[in-house]
Ligand binder design. Structure first.
Ligand code: NAD
Length: 328
């Protein structure tokens, strides 16, 4: 199938080419897919997209009008795809529901360890010949209470790691996952907010989870709580969390995702002035660590994403579109 790969980086090509083995004609576009760039897909059967492509009704209507019949997301989340618009346009949508839950879970743990032991600050100090320890005091993870919101594939992997540190793990999810029996205790969300020293978000962005972390929920948390978000930026009301950091109600914040990341992440803007004042304020806190949506970015995950994406293109070609990868 002729497939236009949007938001394509060299590492995408490096992994998609060996998985594809020339079966489909893959054409790579650096541009994000959005209403302005959708016409580039003219003459293609499928588009292959990533987290910050805009697959809204307008983009999808253009895709439909230029003959695209399939959207192959090379990620798990599909909150950026208007599924109703896709159905209306007769376009099928597949994603990669699971590639490496360990990649994201381990990155969440990396943010916790970095924040707790002030590794980012220590790194800079040592490079400056400064070996003083003031301000670097951490705490043992052993014996602390960790709240996991969302216990699907990533939440389970994360909970297991934290249990391995000797943490008490509390979990919240509308569906209890039997894999966590003996690892975590399911509790009501308000109990998790009240008791957790560290809260890590692993639920999808849905209308019900939008701004799950807000002024009200932050006020229910333990003073000095650590909040980790490797899921989707829209789960956190950023101005509310900034207020929480200023009042020290929030003691630490580790982010791999940000609500307005579409205009920022995955690109080099080191020669450009930062225009996002909310993001700029976040960067001023010594107890905030931000990575640019790299939690998924491991060799194992990229290989798995490429394999499943090609498998999804194969399946569409064969008309075999019933499995869990298909969301529309
Ligand atoms: P999953 O579908 O296996 O699990 C999601 C879990 O969240 C499910 O158990 C679901 O029941 C639960 N959930 C739904 N609504 C909830 C709510 N209101 N409160 C609590 N839990 C709720 O998904 P996954 O593979 O574990 O991925 C989790 C999220 O991680 C994805 O939605 C995606 O946004 C994010 N993600 C981020 C990266 C990254 O690089 N930063 C990479 C992959 C996935």
């Amino acid at each position: 199938m002729k497939t236009a790969v949007f938001s394509a980086k060299p590492y995408d090509k490096e992994h998609l080419e060996p998985a594809n083995q020339s079966r489909h004609e893959l054409v790579y576009f650096e541009a994000h897919l959005n209403p302005q760039t959708a016409v580039l897909a003219k003459g293609f059967d499928a588009v292959c997209c990533f987290v910050n492509d805009t697959l809204d009704a307008e983009t999808i209507a253009t895709l439909g009008s230029v003959g695209v019949r399939m959207i192959a997301m090379r990620c798990a989340g599909f909150n950026n795809v208007d599924l109703d618009a896709a159905r209306q346009a007769g376009i099928r949508v597949a994603r990669v529901p699971e590639y490496s839950p360990y990649a994201v879970a381990e990155h969440a743990v990396a943010l916790i360890l970095d924040l707790n032991r002030n590794i980012h600050r220590a790194y800079n100090r040592v490079r400056e010949n400064d070996y003083s320890l003031s301000g670097l005091l951490g705490f043992d993870l052993h014996g602390k209470t960790v709240g996991v919101i969302g216990t699907g594939k990533i939440g389970v992997a994360f909970a297991r790691i934290m249990a391995g540190f000797g943490c008490r793990v509390l979990a919240s999810d509308p569906f209890e996952n039997p894999a966590l029996q003996g690892v975590a205790e399911y509790v009501e969300l308000d109990c998790l907010f009240r008791e957790a020293d560290i809260i890590s978000l692993h639920c999808p962005l849905l209308p019900q989870t939008h701004h799950l972390i807000n002024a009200e929920t932050i006020s229910q948390m333990k003073r000095g709580v650590m909040i980790i978000n490797t899921s989707r930026g829209g789960l956190i009301d950023t101005p509310a969390v900034i207020d929480g950091l200023k009042s020290e109600q929030v003691g630490y914040l580790g982010l791999d995702v940000y609500e307005e990341e579409a205009e920022l992440f995955f690109e080099d803007y080191s020669n450009v002035l930062l225009q996002d004042d909310v993001f700029a304020r976040l960067l001023t806190f010594p107890n905030v660590v931000i990575t640019g949506h790299q939690a998924f970015f491991t060799q194992e995950a990229l290989s798995a994403i490429a394999e499943v994406t090609v498998k999804n293109l194969n399946a569409f070609e064969k008309g075999d579109t019933q499995s869990g990868e298909w969301v529309a």
